[in-house]
Design a protein around this ligand. Structure first.
Ligand code: FES
Length: 121
């Protein structure tokens, strides 16, 4: 079992209002312009921004690209994204979400995007 904080199975611990996430999407092999895609995701106990992305990938949209196998402890920094309108840089595995939250998730460096939230190191 992964050591990464992960929500319990779907519908088991849904509590509170769902999360609304606006996420940067861009596939340079298909898209001429980046776009924002909105997801409404059931809130689960102990959900972080990183586990929100996993929930979307596993249960809503498997085309969403982000680096998915990381430390989950705030050490490696590969889950770093720009969050919110002002683009605050955060390690997403360390940011808990509250029920009903609205979050905007952008790649850490837009000029280095490979696809969606995945950037070149
Ligand atoms: S997964 Fe390593 S810092 Fe978040």
């Amino acid at each position: 079992m992964s050591h990464i904080l992960h929500p319990t199975p779907r519908n088991f611990h849904e509590i509170g209002e769902p999360i609304t996430a606006e996420i940067f999407r861009f596939d340079p092999t298909k898209d001429s312009q980046p776009r924002m895609q909105t997801y409404v995701v059931p809130y689960t106990h102990r959900m972080s921004i990183f586990t929100l992305l996993r929930e979307i990938y596993e249960n809503i949209d498997p085309t969403l690209a982000f680096r998915n196998q990381q430390c989950g402890r705030g050490i490696c920094g590969t889950c770093r994204f720009q969050i919110g309108v002002i683009g605050k840089s955060v390690k997403s595995c360390t940011v808990p979400l509250e029920p009903g939250a609205h979050v905007i998730i952008m790649p850490f460096k837009k000029e280095k995007v490979i696809r969606d939230l995945v950037i070149e190191f």
